[in-house]
Design a protein around this ligand. Structure first.
Ligand SMILES: NC(=O)c1ccc[n+]([C@@H]2O[C@H](COP(=O)([O-])OP(=O)(O)OC[C@H]3O[C@@H](n4cnc5c(N)ncnc54)[C@H](OP(=O)(O)O)[C@@H]3O)[C@@H](O)[C@H]2O)c1
Length: 315
């Protein structure tokens, strides 16, 4: 398979910060929606985008928490959204569309990881539902508001290496594994960007997926200390281990994806460390993008299944 997954020499890297990739970029007059934009790397994304002049809408599952986290931010608007609840997705999208405004940047940074088996909506597995289906329904419902030149950024993870989308058991009815479920959801985030880019390109809208790096945030809320050690997040003393990024560095790749002129004319690719990622090496290792995450046939199949499940398809 030929692939666009090759470095372009961005000049940025793993230690670049969101502010650094935005240097010289003026986002005055631009509107961004950032799910999860009040915690972890989403919070730093909101900070960087607003400082560059953008107006940022942050739809929050916990409004009071968002108000506290974003206190003092200028150009931020908080609304309510639970990605695990399609009624909530429809309601937020309806409120936004009724405002008559256009969307220049959409960043799906909200997510959960390795949660205990949880069912939402009509019995959907919560990681797939929250991380993928909720964002799928939201972007499709918001589609009429996207402006030509807009970008959609799907925050995936190196966790997509844990496994592909399991089309024969999407909901883990045959035994739940919290890491395989995270892997499936994060693979779905990449496939979503691949198919969205194919469909949206002719309208001037491009989509990207990415791994932000390893950053110690609230994302690990479902892991105990030993699991954090085993995952290489902290050492036995509870200290963040080497190689971890700060939240400002962790936000950089999604901000770069959303704004960089270096990506003009590109889309449907997976990024890491403010670069287009290379294909994952066949002999293992945890870098790059897996074939099954960028396969256009699987991307189209996931789109069809997601549209059937959510009842939404803007195309
Ligand atoms: N941190 C890392 O090392 C790392 C590595 C690879 C990929 N990622 C990806 O990066 C993204 C952001 O992670 P993070 O580290 O910034 O995590 P975080 O600090 O836990 O932030 C996640 C955000 O998602 C929101 N969220 C969770 N469930 C939601 C729902 N049902 N509806 C609406 N919002 C919901 C959370 O809101 P509440 O707090 O109100 O629940 C929170 O604002 C995730 O997609 C994650 O998979 C992170």
């Amino acid at each position: 398979m030929t692939t666009a997954q090759h470095k372009i020499g961005s000049g940025f890297g793993a230690t670049s910060t969101a502010a650094e990739v935005l240097a010289g970029i003026d986002l005055t007059g631009k509107l961004a929606i950032v799910t999860g934009g009040y915690s972890g790397i989403g919070l730093e994304t909101t900070r960087a985008l607003t400082r560059a002049g953008a107006h940022v809408v942050v739809p929050a599952r916990r409004r009071a928490t968002a108000e506290e986290a974003l206190r003092g931010f200028e150009n931020v608007e908080i609304d309510e959204l639970d990605l695990g609840n399609l009624d909530s997705v429809r309601a937020f999208a309806g409120r936004f569309l009724a405002s008559g405004r256009g969307i220049d940047i959409f960043i799906g940074s909200a997510g959960i990881m390795a949660s205990p088996e949880t069912r939402v909506g009509p019995g959907w597995e919560a990681q797939f539902a929250t991380n993928h289906l909720g964002h799928f329904a939201l972007v499709n419902r918001l589609w009429p508001a996207f402006t030509p030149g807009a970008r959609v950024v799907s925050v995936s993870s190196r966790g997509h290496h844990y496994g592909p989308v399991r089309f024969d058991d999407l909901e883990f009815r045959q035994g739940y594994d919290k890491w395989l479920a995270y892997g499936q959801a994060k693979t779905a985030n990449v496939l979503f960007a691949v198919q969205l880019d194919k469909l949206a390109r002719e309208h001037g809208v491009r989509a990207f997926a990415l791994h932000p790096g390893r950053i110690l945030t609230e994302l690990v809320r479902h892991l105990d200390r030993q699991e954090l050690v085993d995952a290489g997040m902290v050492d036995e003393a509870g200290q963040v281990t080497g190689g971890a990024k700060t939240p400002e560095q962790g936000a950089a790749t999604q901000v770069w994806a959303a704004t960089s002129p270096q990506l003009d004319g590109l889309g449907g690719v997976y990024l890491e460390d403010c670069e287009i990622a290379e294909p994952a090496p066949a002999d293992g290792g945890r870098t790059g993008v897996k074939d099954y995450a960028i396969d256009p046939v699987l991307a189209e199949r996931l789109w069809t299944v997601s549209a059937e499940l959510t009842g939404v398809d803007a195309f």
